[in-house]
Design a protein. Structure first.
Length: 250
């Protein structure tokens, strides 16, 4: 049976799994996920009726693997290309993956807030199946989606400043780690060679300044909402690093 990746096209979490699949040169079909409407079907396929469930999810030869880190680990066992989690640095890679998750959780709060204030971004966030002619009329659906995400992932608007701080602290740690690399590889990598640590942190930067459209396509208003101007000003060097990692390894 063909391997399927259930994914949200614009989501950094989904892109982590997609990148790992491509790195291992595995053949798969991407199944677009529609939040809210797609959840019941995903639960049935994953045989998980309770608790939180999200994408990416990988349907692979009878196995259902939910979560970007879990998918990357699953692919290590069946992948053909060079490992993304080298034995010698497995704990370090996991730490970077966890940091990426914390930064993306903070980023989700900031991006959702910006979308909630931007009528055009709300229109862009409607499922692609919604015809353009109805998009204006159905924009309230976007507000329902925003309320759903806030409830599901437990965030509001009170902690916006704290979320920027979480991102800034994490990015300072990334900058320090890259600067401390002894080898002069270009671009620098977090371990002695390219690994999932680089993918995870490259994607954490998606909520500071999104990567080029050829990698993750975003409408102009959504792109605006995924950008955090203050952080971008402070961490432009890391965006350059991320772009170089993409250009070299994606
Ligand atoms: N820890 C999970 C987080 C995944 C996640 O947050 N997914 C979100 C963004 S793509 C999602 O599924 N949103 C739609 C929904 O929850 O319905 C992972 O790494 O895969």
């Amino acid at each position: 049976m063909t391997t399927q990746l259930v994914a949200l096209s614009y989501s950094p979490w989904s892109e982590k799994a997609r990148w790992a699949l491509d790195h291992h040169q595995l053949t798969y079909v991407e199944q677009p996920y529609v939040p809210i409407f797609g959840e019941l079907g995903l639960r049935v396929r994953a045989r998980q009726l309770g608790g939180q469930i999200s994408v990416p999810a990988l349907l692979d030869n009878g196995a259902v693997v939910v979560g970007s880190w879990e998918i990357v680990r699953h692919l290590e066992e069946r992948g053909g290309a060079r490992s993304l989690i080298p034995d010698s640095g497995a704990q370090e890679v996991e730490r970077w993956s966890e940091l990426s998750e914390r930064l993306l959780a903070a980023g989700r709060t900031l991006v959702t807030h910006r979308v909630s204030l931007d009528a055009e971004a709300k229109r862009e966030s409607l499922p692609s199946q919604v015809p353009q002619s109805l998009a204006g009329m159905l924009r309230p659906l976007a507000d329902i989606g925003i309320a759903f995400l806030r409830r599901k992932y437990g965030f509001g608007t009170a902690e916006l400043g704290a979320c920027e701080d979480v991102l800034a602290q994490g990015l300072l740690a990334l900058r320090a780690a890259l600067a401390a690399r002894p080898e002069a590889t270009s671009p620098a990598t977090l371990l002695s060679r390219f690994s999932y640590a680089d993918i995870a942190m490259a994607l954490a930067l998606q909520c500071v300044s999104p990567v080029d459209d050829r990698y993750i396509t975003l409408g102009p208003a959504s792109r605006r909402c995924w950008s955090q101007p203050r952080l971008l000003e402070q961490f432009g060097d890391l965006i350059e690093w991320r772009d170089a990692i993409y250009a070299t390894y994606r």
